[in-house]
Design a protein around this ligand. Structure first.
Ligand SMILES: C[S@@+](CC[C@H](N)C(=O)[O-])C[C@H]1O[C@@H](n2cnc3c(N)ncnc32)[C@H](O)[C@@H]1O
Length: 264
C-alpha cells in the first residue's frame, strides 16, 4: 500500500475525529493569525473543516475559503457541518495537498492544522505556499516538538533492534528548525508560539500509546517487519517507557508550536 493510501485509510476510519480537544487545538490558530473580512483563505488538510468553517465566519460573505484534503469521509463530515452552519463561502476540494496548484498570489492566508508533518516534502510545500500567497499574506500552521507523543522513545526502541525509524516530528521539531525552514522558503516575520498540552499518564496508559507498528511516515521500515520482530520492538518500547515513570506517572509531552510567517 502506498503512503498516501495509508493516510487516506487511516483518516477515513476516523469519522469520530471531532471532539472538544481536536476542535479547540485547531481553532487556536486564530489566536495568532486572524483573517480579515473579504479575504481568500486556503485550509490545507481541512479534515472535518474546523479551521475552514471558523475562517469562513471571519471572512464573511465577501470572503472565500477553500478547504482541501484527501480523506473523503472527513470531507463529507465537513460538508455536513458547512450546510448546518448555512455557509456559502467555502469550497471543499478532494486533492493531495502536494499536488494542489492554484494560481500564484491567490490567497491572503493559508492555514494547516495538525497536518504539515504528514506531507513528506516540507521544503517543497513551503515553497508552494509562498507562491500561492499574495504579498503580505501569511501562513499559520501547527507542528509538534520532536519528543511529543513519546516519539523519541519509539525511535530508541526501534534503534535497539537495528531499525532506523525516521521521526515524523523531527524536521519541524524545534524552534530553530522551524525558523530555518521558513527562512529558507523566504518567509519573514516568523512567530513561534509554544503551547504545552502534555500530561502525566499512568504507566499502562503510556505503554498503550504505541502498538509497536503504527507510524504514519513515508519511509516507515516497520511495514516490512514480521510480527515477531514487531513484538520485540514493542517490548523494548514498554521498557523505555517504564524507565520514564515517576511518582506522578509518565510525562506524555504534547508541545505544540503555533507558527505564523509572512510573505514579504
Ligand atoms: C490530524 S488531521 C487534521 C485535520 C484538520 N486540519 C484539523 O486540525 O481539524 C490530518 C489531516 O491531514 C489530511 N492529510 C494528510 N495528508 C494529506 C495530503 N497529502 N493532502 C491533503 N490532506 C492530507 C488527512 O486526511 C487528515 O484530514
Amino acid at each position: 500500500m502506498t503512503y498516501k493510501q495509508e493516510i487516506i485509510d487511516f483518516y477515513n476510519g476516523r469519522t469520530n475525529y471531532d471532539n472538544y480537544t481536536t476542535i479547540n487545538r485547531a481553532i487556536a490558530l486564530f489566536d495568532y493569525a486572524i483573517p480579515s473580512p473579504g479575504q481568500w483563505i486556503l485550509d490545507v488538510a481541512t479534515g472535518t473543516g474546523n479551521v475552514a468553517i471558523k475562517a469562513a465566519q471571519k471572512v464573511g460573505a465577501n470572503g472565500n475559503v477553500i478547504g482541501i484534503d484527501i480523506a473523503t469521509e472527513l470531507l463529507k463530515i465537513a460538508q455536513q457541518k458547512i450546510q448546518a452552519e448555512n455557509l456559502s463561502n467555502i469550497e471543499l476540494i478532494e486533492v493531495d495537498a502536494e499536488a494542489y496548484q492554484p494560481q500564484p498570489d491567490k490567497f491572503d492566508c493559508i492555514y494547516c492544522s495538525y497536518a504539515i508533518v504528514l506531507l513528506p516534502n516540507i521544503p517543497k510545500i513551503l515553497e508552494n505556499w509562498y507562491r500561492f500567497l499574495k504579498p503580505s499574506g501569511f501562513i499559520a500552521f501547527t507542528c509538534s516538538s520532536e519528543n511529543s507523543y513519546l516519539a523519541l522513545s519509539i525511535v530508541e526502541a526501534c534503534a535497539k533492534h537495528g531499525i532506523t525509524l525516521p521521526n515524523l516530528h523531527e524536521p519541524l521539531g524545534t524552534p530553530e528548525r522551524i525558523q530555518h525552514l521558513l527562512t529558507q522558503a523566504k518567509f519573514d516575520q516568523i512567530e513561534i508560539h509554544p503551547r504545552q498540552l502534555g500530561t502525566y499518564l499512568s504507566l499502562e496508559k503510556a505503554q498503550s500509546k504505541w502498538n509497536g507498528q503504527f507510524w504514519l511516515h513515508i519511509d516507515n521500515p516497520l511495514r516490512e517487519l514480521n510480527p515477531q520482530k514487531i513484538s520485540q520492538i514493542k517490548a523494548s518500547y514498554d521498557e523505555e517507557i517504564a524507565a520514564l515513570e515517576t511518582e506522578q506517572g509518565v510525562w506524555y509531552e504534547e508541545l505544540i508550536y503555533y507558527v505564523v510567517a509572512r510573505k514579504p
